[in-house]
Design a binder for this molecule. Structure first.
Ligand SMILES: [Zn+2]
Ligand SMILES: [Zn+2]
Length: 356
């Protein structure tokens, strides 16, 4: 009872205060720890008793479209600054909700166009999402008083929840739809008794009820290396110095090489043979790592993790087996760290391969 009335009063009060005294909104939620910008914005809209679209039109005007782009990655200043002003949130925590926070860690420099390394692609088409770019952990959602979506769930190398040790999901297990909580309130005519954000917008399945799965482990050293990488972004994540832009870049480069087939050289086949694991079917074509499903990423990451657990000797072994070439190691790699270039250099002379 009363929700429509409440919505009216809240929107009336919003109208009344436009241009008046305080710039603050009646509802001034602050971001939860590691909450995504888009999630925070949707909570604010619903908190005001309004549909997301209505709220955004009211606040940002009809000309500023919010949901036809990846606002978490793009983080438009007009949007973030407005939220800072209207909710009294500190600029640091407001900007901390955006994927710009990973600049200089996961990718070197923010670019407006294209994609960012390690940031999962949403593939926004109008207001729908064609990509599976937002993952979730059902156990994390279930533990929340108010379920919300974490920034770290947009990272392509996160396939396992560092808190629960179970696989993340990259889509609704019930209907297969990509997560799009901003569309939850579109079905109903009137705002606004919206379901918690953990509900699938497409089939209403509560994502908290998804059954957590244990991750498949190919090699325990590789798995702990990967878990360590995920943990850098975890609930109490403090980036350790060895996990820097360079190391994440090497990991990304090796993940890319894993899917390259170059003059019969196939690094993936070599690693699979070494650890005695079957390949899985991978999406064809030149798709980036950030567009792959969680199963494909988990598979490729584990092969890469095995290499990284003893990088120089395992890469050298792969090179001796003609599974990888020097030029492929550095191909399209703009910012290799010095130690990686050094390893690659050592593998530049084919005569050395014959020496043993
Ligand atoms: Zn979790
Ligand atoms: Zn669903």
């Amino acid at each position: 009872m009363g929700s429509a009335f409440q919505a009216q009063t809240v929107s009336a009060s919003l109208n009344a205060m436009r241009g008046f005294t305080s710039p603050l909104w009646p509802i001034r939620y602050k971001p939860f720890p590691d909450e995504l910008l888009s999630c925070w914005l949707v909570r604010l809209a619903h908190g005001h008793g309004l549909k997301v679209q209505t709220f955004c039109n009211l606040m940002f005007g009809n000309r500023r479209q919010v949901w036809n782009r990846d606002i978490d990655r793009l983080a438009p200043a007009w949007l973030v600054d407005e939220l800072i002003l209207r909710t009294g949130t500190s600029p640091a925590s407001a900007w901390g909700t955006t994927l710009r926070a990973y600049e200089g860690i996961l990718y070197p420099k923010f670019r407006l166009s294209g994609t960012s390394r390690w940031i999962l692609a949403l593939k926004v088409y109008h207001r729908t999402r064609q990509g599976y770019g937002l993952q979730f952990c059902p156990a994390c959602l279930a533990e929340d008083n108010i379920p919300y979506f974490r920034k770290r769930w947009r990272i392509a190398l996160n396939t396992v929840c560092s808190k629960h040790g179970t696989m993340l999901f990259d889509r609704c297990p019930h209907c297969g739809a990509a997560v799009a909580f901003h569309r939850l309130d579109m079905a109903g005519v009137e705002a606004i008794d919206v379901a918690p954000l953990s509900y699938c917008h497409s089939c209403q399945f509560d994502l908290r009820d998804a059954v957590p799965e244990k991750p498949i482990v190919y090699d325990s050293d590789a798995s702990s290396l990967l878990l360590d990488a995920c943990r850098q972004f975890g609930p109490d994540g403090m980036l350790e110095f060895e996990w820097d832009l360079g190391r994440f870049a090497v990991m990304h480069q090796l993940c890319r090489i894993m899917t390259a087939r170059y003059k019969h050289a196939c690094l993936r086949e070599f690693v699979l043979g070494q650890i005695g694991v079957q390949d899985i079917e991978l999406s064809g074509g030149h798709i980036s790592f950030e567009m792959r499903s969680i199963q494909e990423r988990h598979h490729l990451l584990q092969l890469t993790g095995w290499l990284m657990a003893d990088l120089e000797s395992r890469l050298t072994a792969a090179w001796r087996a003609k599974a990888v070439r020097y030029n492929l190691l550095l191909k399209d790699f703009d910012d290799p760290p010095a130690y990686y270039s050094l390893i690659a250099e050592k593998l530049s002379n084919w005569r050395d391969r014959l020496a043993e």
